[in-house]
Write a protein that binds this ligand. Structure first.
Ligand code: HEC
Ligand code: HEC
Ligand code: HEC
Ligand code: HEC
Ligand code: HEC
Ligand code: HEC
Ligand code: HEC
Ligand code: HEC
Ligand code: HEC
Ligand code: HEC
Length: 310
């Protein structure tokens, strides 16, 4: 009886000892206060950073807390009184791939909607720290290195002129942002066009075309849908950034737009599937027939007419 008691007491004590060992600082972690001595500015600004939460909560293990959550255990660096090679993760010396892995160690869940590893940005070595600045952000929220518009135009200058066209989305005026339509981390794995993720368009979880979030009347479901909307996307007829044509259409004359698909060669979309040429009743030489949408007024889809006439 006493032997059993003594034995279970030993067990309990060793459990306490083990727990204490777990709480003791892990090898090489010194805590963020130590950094303040030599990096006072960085530490001072850090209180406003979203990453300060890990310090404030007091619940995260050291490898996920504060400075060392990103830079790695700092003991060697402190003992050496600084140096770039002594800190395990000095971003100025890291390859883009390693930066990506460091940030994704914590953020893979937040970014799970995007195929970040296969995105055109990642493939061109444009990674987290190119767009985000941890210590000198220009937008404290989201920690962007620059205000979004300037950030994106910085590399996509050709796009700027598209938003200056007569008919456009008002990005330059601040009414809408690049990320209303694009996911800079990569489009979701599933999009409305199964298996295709062009231009990092689509921002919602279900991969719906972003356009439908604002232009809800085009979402349908319509009893009679114009397949061009869903199969090829809105951009088969519209220039999404801007255009010299009213309604941001891709072509100045609506007829030429329609005849790109309705031309009898059956080259549209799914292979081998032809598209009806316009009816034999249509004499395209007759100006009366040239303004297609004068009659086909429900061009995006209709609930009452198969030919979108009403
Ligand atoms: C979320 C990750 C992350 C955390 C947390 C973090 N850093 Fe950084 N640190 C970076 C990145 C990334 C850079 C590279 C420059 C940049 O992108 O801002 C950097 C750069 C630095 C630099 C180089 C000088 C400079 O300003 O560019 C120092 C010094 C530094 N960090 C110290 C610290 C200290 C001290 C802390 C804690 C108060 C800390 N870091 C917390 C990611 C982090
Ligand atoms: C005794 C002073 C001292 C302390 C304490 C100290 N550092 Fe440094 N640290 C330096 C010096 C000096 C440099 C500049 C090295 C250079 O540029 O050659 C530096 C550079 C850095 C860099 C920049 C590496 C790069 O990308 O170029 C980071 C990150 C960094 N320190 C993080 C930390 C963290 C995190 C702590 C706390 C755990 C810390 N430092 C504590 C002196 C210190
Ligand atoms: C140790 C874990 C960890 C690492 C590593 C880490 N983060 Fe974070 N990050 C967090 C946490 C926690 C938050 C706060 C989330 C919240 O607000 O709920 C956060 C927030 C953010 C935010 C959002 C800020 C906001 O205003 O909503 C951005 C952007 C961000 N991190 C970028 C980065 C980048 C870039 C890196 C790599 C240089 C990185 N993080 C590395 C844990 C981490
Ligand atoms: C091409 C630029 C770019 C790159 C590269 C990039 N981001 Fe972002 N990130 C942004 C922009 C812009 C936003 C703001 C989106 C918005 O306003 O809706 C953002 C938002 C975020 C957010 C907060 C909102 C969210 O989507 O969860 C986190 C966290 C984040 N980024 C982390 C990262 C990490 C981690 C990496 C690298 C693995 C990374 N980002 C790479 C531009 C970028
Ligand atoms: C550091 C430069 C850089 C920044 C900043 C940047 N990009 Fe990119 N972006 C690239 C590169 C490089 C590519 C891949 C090559 C290409 O297609 O131009 C790319 C590709 C793209 C593509 C896909 C193009 C395609 O043909 O598939 C889109 C969309 C895009 N970026 C949008 C954005 C948005 C939105 C932002 C701001 C949140 C942004 N980019 C910020 C450099 C950048
Ligand atoms: C209204 C939605 C919308 C907005 C806002 C938007 N885009 Fe786009 N963008 C698209 C669509 C849709 C495509 C694909 C067009 C195609 O494939 O024909 C695209 C294509 C692109 C491309 C690749 C083609 C090219 O022209 O080089 C880049 C780069 C790009 N966008 C960058 C941006 C940037 C940067 C911003 C913000 C300044 C932005 N976009 C804002 C919808 C948008
Ligand atoms: C964030 C909301 C939003 C998103 C996302 C959006 N739009 Fe728009 N769109 C608008 C607003 C607001 C206008 C009104 C024009 C203005 O801003 O001056 C507009 C105007 C238009 C027009 C011109 C309408 C007219 O009467 O001349 C077309 C066409 C259009 N959008 C197509 C699209 C397409 C295609 C997409 C997706 C690639 C898209 N939009 C995504 C908000 C949005
Ligand atoms: C088959 C070609 C085609 C496709 C695909 C298409 N549109 Fe249109 N859209 C048009 C034409 C043509 C007009 C001009 C109609 C007119 O002037 O009567 C128009 C006009 C518009 C307008 C302004 C007038 C209105 O009806 O509100 C908006 C907004 C619009 N489209 C959004 C979209 C969105 C969002 C998508 C994708 C879901 C889309 N379009 C797909 C051909 C198309
Ligand atoms: C991107 C290709 C594309 C464009 C551009 C396009 N369509 Fe279509 N359209 C289709 C497809 C695909 C169908 C359905 C298959 C079919 O009926 O042959 C269709 C069906 C139709 C139908 C119904 C046909 C039927 O038999 O019921 C009408 C009417 C129509 N389109 C008119 C137009 C008009 C008017 C325009 C120009 C504003 C236009 N389409 C532009 C691809 C397109
Ligand atoms: C004056 C009104 C009017 C104009 C303008 C018009 N259509 Fe039609 N369209 C109709 C009517 C009515 C029908 C259905 C009866 C028929 O076949 O004549 C139809 C049918 C169609 C069909 C379905 C053909 C089928 O065999 O079922 C297509 C495709 C079509 N039109 C495309 C176009 C295109 C493309 C244009 C512009 C070049 C255009 N329409 C201009 C009135 C018009």
């Amino acid at each position: 009886m006493t032997r059993v008691l003594a034995w279970s007491l030993t067990l309990a004590l060793s459990a306490v000892a083990a727990a204490q060992q777990n709480q003791a600082p892990k090898d090489g972690y010194v805590g963020g206060n130590v950094c303040r001595t030599c990096h006072p500015d960085v530490v001072l600004n850090f209180y406003r950073n979203a990453h300060y939460k890990s310090v404030a909560s007091g619940k995260e293990p050291p490898e996920r807390t504060g400075c060392e959550g990103c830079h790695g255990p700092g003991k060697g660096h402190v003992d050496a009184r600084g140096g770039r090679t002594t800190i395990p993760r000095a971003f100025s010396l890291m390859s883009p791939a390693r930066v990506l892995d460091t940030c994704l160690a914590c953020h893979s869940k937040d970014l799970s909607r995007s195929e970040i590893r296969r995105s055109p940005h990642t493939q061109s070595e444009v990674v987290c720290s190119t767009c985000h600045s941890i210590h000198k952000p220009q937008t404290p929220k989201l920690l962007l290195a620059k205000a979004q518009k300037d950030l994106c135009y910085g590399c996509h200058n050709n796009v700027r002129s598209q938003f200056a066209m007569p008919f456009k989305h008002r990005v330059n005026e601040g009414a809408i942002q690049c990320t209303d339509c694009h996911n800079p981390h990569g489009a979701p794995a599933t999009s409305w066009r199964t298996g295709i993720h062009p231009r990092m368009v689509a921002t919602s979880a279900d991969g719906e075309q972003p356009c439908l979030r604002c232009h809800t009347d085009k979402r349908g479901p319509f009893a009679f849908e114009h397949p061009a909307l869903r199969v090829d996307g809105c951009e088969s007829c519209h220039s999404p950034h801007g255009s010299t044509n009213p309604r941001m259409l891709k072509r100045p004359v609506v007829m030429t737009l329609c005849l790109e698909c309705h031309n009898g060669t059956g080259s549209f979309g799914r292979q081998g599937d032809g598209v009806t040429i316009q009816s034999s009743s249509h004499n395209v030489a007759d100006p009366r027939y040239q303004n297609c949408t004068a009659c086909h007024i429900r061009i995006h889809g209709s609930n009452s007419d198969q030919r979108f006439l009403r």
